[in-house]
Design a protein around this ligand. Structure first.
Ligand code: GLP
Length: 240
């Protein structure tokens, strides 16, 4: 594992964006796995800037988002599809059809999960998976549990996650209770993983993620087993 300390969230975003841009320059047809949440916003902003300055082109890049709320159509203001459009997809030269995200409004969610998993395989898997970290140690929406799902699946969100994401909705009753998420296997099969974590409130969970026992109760701790993990964070954590 490589750990890069960033003094603040803005710098974290810039370091992450440069890292992603470097991967695109080395391999213009790179397949990226993308997160939502507040942590990666600065990374997207800086990637947009690098694109506008002509330093990087997304024309051959393909992207797969980690997750989407069940029940929200892509056009819903709080859907992750809308988040991605506003922060990234519509602001760079990604080609139409090169961005993928599970359909939370699919008539048959089980078929949608299979379709998404197959799409990832069809393009040869994810080269660089970028992740945020949930307050309870989730990655994507892989919540703490007795067992972790390998493939893309439907998940019941925990109360902690629903509360954590309520800030993006008019009130907590509007937060979806289910999501579709890439599974732990889909994430671990990515050739490289970039974990972005910000804020003192995540210090304890980041410490458990990186230095605690690998446990399904802290889903992100499985990343300790990934052979190419880079962490960028504005938190200082140390092994005890
Ligand atoms: C959501 C997303 C996660 C993300 C997490 C953290 O739950 N499904 O993929 O990592 O939020 O978000 P934030 O960066 O806002 O703390």
């Amino acid at each position: 594992m490589e750990y890069i300390y960033a003094p603040d969230l803005k710098t974290l975003g810039q370091i992450a964006a440069r890292w992603v841009a470097r991967e695109i320059i080395l391999c213009p047809s790179v397949v990226l796995g993308l997160p939502t949440g507040s942590t990666p916003v600065g990374m997207y902003d800086y990637l947009v800037r690098l694109g506008q300055e002509g330093l990087v082109s997304f024309a051959q890049v393909r992207t797969f988002n980690l997750d989407e709320y069940v029940g929200l159509p892509p056009s819903h203001p709080q859907s992750y599809a809308t988040f991605m459009q506003e922060h990234f997809w519509d602001k760079v030269d990604l080609r139409a059809g090169s961005t993928e995200i599970p359909r939370g409004d699919a008539p048959d969610l089980a078929i949608e999960c299979l379709r998404y998993e197959r799409r990832i395989r069809e393009v040869g898997g994810i080269d660089l998976q970028i992740l945020g970290l949930g307050q309870n140690g989730h990655i994507g929406f892989n919540e703490p549990s007795h067992n972790l799902e390998i493939k893309t699946h439907v998940v019941d969100l925990t109360e902690k996650t629903i509360q954590g994401n309520a800030r993006f909705f008019p009130d907590i009753s509007k937060v979806p209770k289910k999501a579709i998420t890439m599974g732990i296997g889909s994430i671990m099969q990515a050739r490289k993983v970039l974990l972005l974590v910000s804020g003192e409130a995540k210090k304890e969970i980041l410490s458990k993620t990186l230095y605690g026992p690998v446990s399904t109760e802290v889903p992100a701790s499985i990343l300790q087993l990934h052979s190419n993990l880079m962490v960028i964070s504005d938190i200082r954590v140390k092994e005890d």
